[in-house]
Every structure is written in structure tokens, then in C-alpha cells.
Design a protein around this ligand. Structure first.
Ligand SMILES: [Zn+2]
Length: 310
């Protein structure tokens, strides 16, 4: 059978799957650690070779990369979690090795693409996708096209200022959404409150995670509920700004924190309603949780390489 290879490259694991030309159920799917005795690039190539054995002919390769990347020229500027990946012409390297079309994308962009093609965004022409986990990332489909920008660096949704005097972000700037509403930021805020002796069922756990906080909120813990509400408010505020720019018909929320339920979602919706400059932005607007889970990036990479091979 002929088909495509898709790779999902993360800081911990590299996953590669082989797909037929017209379905999204993989023929073969394998996962290895990103770090090992050889370089991540060699490990990726070895895994692609191994999984390609399940296909008669490889028609193309799609891959998502966790970092700053220009997909048009296939160049990775930096990928902080992948050792040695700086100014790496990965597209050229893979093309040289496999002699088939290769398409690359930023991981959050590819997740947006996957949700658009196969998940919660099917049928929409204008999509805002935001993933909220350790960090905050995203992707935008505008008029049926993935927004890339001049160097492919567009829609870094976590790195917008929502509180100029706020806490420092992982990028070194202050008051970004990621520093206030990511899973890491939620956990940090709760730890700070616990250090001030705020009463909470979490006070017995030394370092509560965003998941612990979400579970505590469900059990009625006021501090945990406040933490999620605070994050939801900042996310809603940022989403109102994005709606003003893109006027999308659907907002798709992915990542672990998106499953925090009403304690996050109700303040998010209220902040969105409060901050839009016209109720017309909300008319028919859908807000949905992402459907593809961990496979969004893999399926987005598949959709991208298929779209470029037809
Ligand atoms: Zn930032």
C-alpha cells in the first residue's frame, strides 16, 4: 500500500505513524525517546525508515516541531527542548534522505490544522485554536488558510501582554498570557497563595500541579476554584483580542488545562463577553474543547503533507 508518514516531534518523545492515502487510522505507529545515544535528527530518520517499511511507497512526509520554524523554507530557527536543533534545515535533510515531498510546521499550528481537518473545527473557515498546558500556544485558520506570517512565526498566542506589571514569562517578558494562565502559571500562583497560608485542601501537597488543582476545584476547594477562575479570566480577555483581529466562527481549546470544566470556562466566557467591542463577535461563535487529544499534531502533519501532494 502507498501512503504518507507523519512525525510528531516533542521534547520527550518522537512519534511516527504511517497512513494510507485516504484514512486517518494509522497502518503502523511507533514512539521512541527524543534523547538517546545518537542525535535527535538521526533518531527521527531511523524511526521514519523503520515505519516506512509498512508502506510500499512513501508519497510524502509531514512533521510537527516544538519550536520556532519557518515552514516555507523548512528551517528550524530554535527548538529549545530538542538538543542541537538551531538553524537546522530539517526539510532539506529529510528530502535528501527520502527523496519525497516534506512539509514541516510548528506543533501548535499543526494541532490547529489537525483540528480543522479532522476534529472540532471541521467545516469552519475561521478558527482560533489555543492549547493550554505547560505553556500556551495556538494556531489560526483565516479564510481557509493557516496563518503563518512573514517568517512563519505568527499566532504565538501565549506571548501577548495581558497585564504589563504581571509576572515574568518563560520568554523573558513580563505579563504575557502564558505567565498568568498556563498550567505552570496556575500551579505557581496556588503555591504562592499556600505560602501565604491560604486555606486549601492542597496545603498538604508540597507542589500541586494544574491537574491537582483542577481536581481540588471539583471537590469544592475555594483556592483551586479561584486559581482556575483567574486563569479563565485572562484567557477570555486574550481571546476577545484575537476575535477582534480574526472574527473567527469557532474557538477550540486544547491541552490539559482545557479540561478544567466550569471553574475555568465560566469566567473565560464572562471575560470574553465583557471584553468584545461588539456583541456581533459572539453571534454564532462556538467554543469547543479539542477532539484529537495527543494526535492533533500528528494528524495535522498528515493533513498538511496530503494537501501539498495532491
Ligand atoms: Zn512570553
Amino acid at each position: 500500500m502507498d501512503g504518507f508518514l507523519a512525525a510528531d516531534i516533542g521534547g520527550t518523545h518522537i512519534r511516527v505513524a504511517a497512513y494510507p492515502t485516504d484514512a486517518i487510522k494509522p497502518i503502523l505507529h511507533k514512539r521512541i525517546a527524543t534523547r538517546g545515544e545518537n542525535t535527535p535528527t538521526e533518531r527521527l530518520i531511523d524511526l521514519l525508515v523503520e515505519v516506512s517499511g509498512s508502506l510500499d511507497h512513501v508519497l510524502g512526509i509531514g512533521a510537527d516541531v516544538p519550536g520556532y520554524i519557518d515552514p516555507r523554507i523548512g528551517l528550524i530557527y530554535t527548538a529549545p527542548n530538542i538538543p542541537g536543533w538551531r538553524n537546522l534545515p530539517l526539510q532539506a535533510i529529510l528530502h535528501e534522505r527520502f527523496r519525497v515531498p516534506v512539509a514541516l510546521g510548528n506543533d501548535a499550528n499543526m494541532a490547529a490544522y489537525g483540528e480543522w481537518e479532522f476534529g472540532a473545527g471541521r467545516g469552519h473557515q475561521d478558527i482560533i485554536y489555543m492549547t493550554i498546558s505547560t505553556g500556551i500556544g495556538g494556531g489560526v485558520i483565516s479564510d481557509n488558510k493557516l496563518v503563518l506570517g512573514h517568517h512563519g512565526l505568527a499566532t504565538e498566542m501565549g506571548h501577548v501582554t495581558v497585564w504589563p506589571e504581571g509576572p515574568m514569562c518563560s520568554c523573558g517578558h513580563r505579563g504575557h498570557l502564558e505567565a498568568l494562565a498556563s498550567g505552570t502559571a496556575i500551579a505557581r500562583w496556588v503555591s504562592e497563595q499556600l505560602a501565604l497560608n491560604s486555606p486549601s485542601i492542597l496545603s498538604s501537597s508540597p507542589k500541586p500541579t494544574a491537574r491537582d488543582i483542577s481536581q481540588a476545584a471539583e471537590k469544592g476547594d475555594a483556592l483551586a476554584q479561584e486559581a482556575l477562575g483567574r486563569a479563565g479570566k485572562f484567557i477570555g480577555q486574550a481571546l476577545a483580542n484575537y476575535l477582534h483581529i480574526f472574527n473567527s466562527s469557532i474557538i477550540i481549546l486544547g491541552g490539559g488545562v482545557s479540561h478544567s470544566g466550569p471553574y475555568l470556562m465560566d469566567p473565560l466566557r464572562s471575560a470574553l463577553e465583557r471584553n468584545v467591542i461588539s456583541p456581533a463577535y459572539l453571534d454564532g461563535l462556538q467554543i469547543k474543547i479539542a477532539e484529537l487529544g495527543d494526535d492533533a499534531g500528528l494528524l495535522g502533519s498528515l493533513a498538511l503533507i496530503r494537501s501539498q501532494s495532491t
